[in-house]
Design a protein around this ligand. Sequence first.
Ligand code: ADP
Ligand code: MG
Length: 276
Amino acid sequence: MAHVRIIDASVTYRGVDRKVRALDGVMLDLAEGEPVSVIGPSGCGKSTLLFALAGLVPLDGGSMEVAGEQVAGPRLRTSLILQDFGLLPWKTVLANAALGLQVRRHPRAERERNAIEALERVGLGDVLHTYPSELSGGMRQRLALARALALDADLLLMDEPLSALDALTREDLQGLLLELWRQRKHTAVLVTHSIEEAVFLGRRIVVMTPRPGRVSCVVDNPGFETAGYRDTEAFYERCAALRRLLAEEGALHVADELAGEADTDPAATASGAVRR
Ligand code: ADP
Ligand code: MG
């Protein structure tokens, strides 16, 4: 599995007449098989961080290492899952799930076997020969997930993958993501706007500053992996602590957006946060 080491990573987008510094000296270390959530204000560079880790955006300073190798381009076992699913409408569910394997030139029989197994794991074993347009949003996101599983990804990068889904479907898929992680123990980076999702799916939660993005702090989440965590007191406390931190960090609109999701106790402290 993939150990991730990000040292002082910076990214600048260069347009015709202006430069945008998206990331500025990001430091982060993920253990093999560790799932973390990343949260921060819009435009702070969360997607950029994932694209850079996926080898799709070059750094202009610092370094990123995955499984002991410098990221210099796309890597075989790194999978990036986006909000808009990235499915090809003219291909069947099975062909879409096998797409990553096809691009990487695996033999046909192996592609089908891996894709079918992955589709069964995400509950799409019955719709192999239908098309994405026939699927609900939740099923499409399951399909995008199956594609990553078929590739046997050891690093899963997810950019707000569940944002477009209704609340119940979203909760369902959060459960699936947790279950798949328990089975496979891949390293995972989940970017999300939802405080609850961040706490439910991250062993640690990385809070980013407004642009140019840096790691503002990392919140430990020791209750993660407790059975029924979502319904525990500890879960609510962690969500409230994270909300306070986001407010402090100037990510107020994130906190506002989600105000009322859990009780906020202004007297409590954001214990477990490590300042960077
Ligand atoms: P987030 O995902 O946190 O909302 P992004 O990583 O998408 O943030 O973007 C970070 C900053 O970089 C933003 O100010 C955005 O406008 C800018 N940006 C993103 N992609 C490009 C690009 N291809 N060219 C120029 N600027 C970009
Ligand atoms: Mg983004």
